[in-house]
Design a protein around this ligand. Structure first.
Ligand SMILES: [Zn+2]
Length: 475
């Protein structure tokens, strides 16, 4: 592997900077924000607040002031910029609680691949391609992943980019996330090579980028069940995001040592023991299920019912775009149908007293408020509750794949896709309107991301297979 250090200043000057420049001070935002006390009124929508105390409205208005929601009710009168929400479902933005955003230049490169074994995620993505990343590749990947998810209505993500080969790589990740303008919990994770400063560099990150929690980017420690890493995370006040793929023994040890707590998010939680599940549940642990990826890549059975059996309400995550789409419609449908498949089989086999089937509303909660809680952001987002920040999506129901609308949660979970995402606000700022991302120079982004992809593959000595299989198991 050829090593070259590119200073942060150099790559910030080149590549991705400027790709979203117009989004910062562009016309559409200033129109909404001009005058009228910085207020926007979303008028006449079908409102799913996902807040059980507020409920739903067949026809209501949502009033935003600055970055906050200040009222949700029918027939609001306000001196505000009005956005017509008729024919739209107005709801909180989706929240994805685990996503390796640095892999975006490698989209679908491993679509046929498994997690382990020959020609797998571990052998190809982790061992060959990831080490070939330079900071600018991490930066453009982070930016495109975030913009793509904004386009899909995912207003908050938990980024678990395991590409911190050097502090410059980490800085590049944060820079890409910041330029996209999305809400993200950055779970600082390990990279590879002699320049790795994980985990101790998290002290610098805390002071340099994350001294305030009152910003779109917040800090977590990414890793696994490791007592030393957990201690350091707690020393700097960062929650912990852990990959848990069958390593129950390590988790049980931490549980026995009373180190597990509500600041822990556990991803996957496949092939765990009853003892490990009890520790998670009893200590207020958060569980993120990457349903589609776990099924596709042989992680193990997504533990949807197991989590519910232990009183844990899981959130959902997209994990890796090397293998699967990063929109929440895909993950919600995978979760809804898998859970039913498993329980339906038990019912058809004559089993009595099977657990209740998941409803579409429960799946929507997993993709919104449960995700907010698991990202430690439920005081800010996850429901349309006055006082929370305005991370809001408007989904079209008057279009060919949904009309006529008969059930709102059902339409979102069983019918819709990214094409229905008309409008997206993050912290009161308009990011997408009329089905178009605002202030994004897509041709320039494409050139940059393709050049980055070419450079990563070239450095790794890797040839993409455009028509055949990258990696069928056994081939
Ligand atoms: Zn992961």
């Amino acid at each position: 592997m050829h090593k070259q250090r590119t200073s942060r200043r150099e790559f910030v000057k080149s590549s991705a900077v400027g790709l979203v420049a117009a989004a910062v001070g562009g016309e559409p935002q200033s129109v909404v924000r001009s005058g009228r006390g910085n207020r926007t009124l979303l008028k006449g929508g079908i409102v799913l607040t996902l807040d059980r105390n507020i409920g739903d409205f067949e026809n209501a208005d949502v009033l935003i002031e600055g970055k906050k929601i200040i009222a949700v009710q029918p027939n609001l009168k306000a001196d505000a910029q009005v956005i017509d929400a008729s024919g739209m479902i107005v709801m909180p933005g989706f929240i994805d609680t685990h996503h390796h955003q640095y892999e975006t230049v490698l989209r679908s490169i491993l679509a046929d691949g498994l997690l382990t074994g020959p020609k797998s995620y571990n052998s190809e993505i982790q061992a060959i391609l990831t080490p070939a990343y330079r900071p600018e590749d991490a930066q453009i990947s982070e930016l495109v992943a975030s913009l793509s998810q904004i386009n899909a209505g995912v207003t908050t993500g938990v980024d678990t980019s395991q590409v911190s080969h050097t502090p410059e790589h980490t800085d590049a990740c944060i820079d890409g996330l910041a330029k996209a303008g999305r809400r993200t919990l950055f779970a600082y994770s390990q990279g590879v090579g002699p320049g790795v400063k994980y985990p101790q560099d998290i002290r610098r990150l805390r002071t340099q980028y994350f001294s305030s929690d009152d910003q779109l980017l917040t800090l977590a420690m990414g890793g696994g069940p490791d007592a030393n890493v957990w201690r350091l995370a707690r020393e700097v006040g960062a929650p912990i995001v852990n990959h848990i793929v069958g390593n129950a023994a390590a988790l049980e040890q931490l549980g026995a040592a009373k180190m597990m707590g509500p600041d822990n998010e556990y991803i996957h939680c496949v092939r765990l023991t009853e003892a490990a599940w009890k520790f998670i549940a009893d200590t207020g642990g958060k569980v993120s299920i990457a349903t589609a990826i776990e099924m596709q890549m042989r992680h193990g059975m997504p533990p949807i019912q197991t989590a519910l059996d232990h009183g844990v309400r899981p959130s959902l995550s997209v994990d890796v775009e090397t293998n699967m789409a990063a929109d929440m419609f895909t993950v919600m449908r995978a979760t809804f149908t898998l859970h039913r498949t498993l329980l339906n089989e038990r019912a058809l086999a004559g089993e009595q007293n099977i657990p209740p089937l998941l409803s579409c509303r429960q799946v929507l909660e997993m993709a919104t408020i449960n995700g907010a809680r698991d990202s430690h952001l439920d005081h800010k987002v996850g429901t349309l509750t006055p006082g929370k920040e305005a991370d809001i999506i408007m989904l079209r129901t008057d279009v060919i794949n949904v009309t006529p609308l008969n059930n709102a949660p059902g339409a979102v979970v069983t019918l819709m896709d990214t094409s229905n995402v008309d409008t997206v606000f993050i912290a009161g700022k308009l990011m997408k309107r009329g089905g178009k991302l605002l202030g994004v120079d897509l041709p320039r982004i494409r050139r940059t991301v393709e050049a980055s992809r070419d450079a990563v593959l070239r450095r790794a000595g890797y040839t993409r297979n455009l028509f055949g299989s990258c990696c069928m198991p056994g081939s």
